[in-house]
Design a protein around this ligand. Structure first.
Ligand SMILES: [Fe+2]
Length: 244
């Protein structure tokens, strides 16, 4: 049996996911947030879990990853998509490769578009999409090598998975928690009825504000959220409006 938890950072509307093996107590976290280190550490301690891996869906622009400090303090391995090219990572995971932890296996799916190195992770019938698919939305494509064409292809590749596949996104700004492939195909305004040209035009006209912490978060995350970089970042607040 596995332990599964969805955690939420209010300040940046970021989801973090915990997956652990109930028997061996080995655990992994997907997309931890630096400011939530104490929460995550407490949870691991309370559940008597040993953190083995931190999996990143991409180099985030809105928050600093908690992976740097978790790796430093707990010895977890930092894993991120090969397309990021981050030489600070313990492992760059390529499309189709897997992370195996006792009886738990996650498959990496390379999903460029929001950024070049975006990676989604499939665990049985649960898909962790980062910012490639948000519920009724998707990540923006106007910075960090963003490409509407690549994102369109990545979204539709993920939506070719079985209809009942559950979608757990990297963020939500409107109170949603989980969706599924069938629902996103049927009602997402970024999917339903949009061909590539219409999608690209929509993405080019979003006119979203620049993420307030991008100039701090991207350099820190490019160094795998190194603890020193993160401590120097200072700011802890971020707007709860859509910035990703
Ligand atoms: Fe992002």
């Amino acid at each position: 049996m596995a332990i599964f938890k969805q955690l939420f950072d209010e300040a940046t509307s970021t989801f973090t996911y915990l997956i652990a093996d109930e028997q061996t107590r080995s655990a992994l976290l997907i997309d931890p947030v630096h400011e939530q280190y104490d929460r995550d550490r407490r949870m691991l301690d309370e559940l008597e879990l040993t953190l083995k891996y931190v999996l990143e869906t991409h180099v985030h622009a809105d928050h600093i990853t908690g992976g740097g400090r978790l790796r430093h303090e707990l010895g977890a391995q930092f894993i991120v998509g090969k397309g990021t090219g981050l030489d600070c990572a313990d492992r760059l995971i390529a499309d189709g490769e897997t992370v195996t932890m006792d009886g738990i296996t996650l498959q990496a799916i390379s999903t460029p578009g929001h950024t070049d190195g975006c990676t989604s992770y499939l665990w049985n019938d649960r898909l962790f999409t980062g910012d490639t698919i948000l519920i009724n939305a998707c990540g923006r494509t106007d910075f960090q090598q963003g490409s509407p064409e690549n994102l369109y292809r990545s979204i539709h590749r993920l939506l070719s998975l079985p209809e009942e596949t559950l979608i757990y996104p990297g963020h939500d700004y409107t109170g949603h928690r989980v969706s599924c492939v069938a629902q996103e195909k049927a009602i997402s305004p970024y999917v339903f009825g949009l061909d590539l040209a219409a999608f690209a035009e929509k993405m080019q006209n979003l006119n979203l504000p620049k993420p307030r912490r991008i100039d701090v978060a991207v350099p820190a995350n490019t160094h795998c959220g190194g603890a020193d970089v993160a401590r120097a970042a200072g700011e802890t607040e971020a707007p709860a409006t859509k910035v990703c």
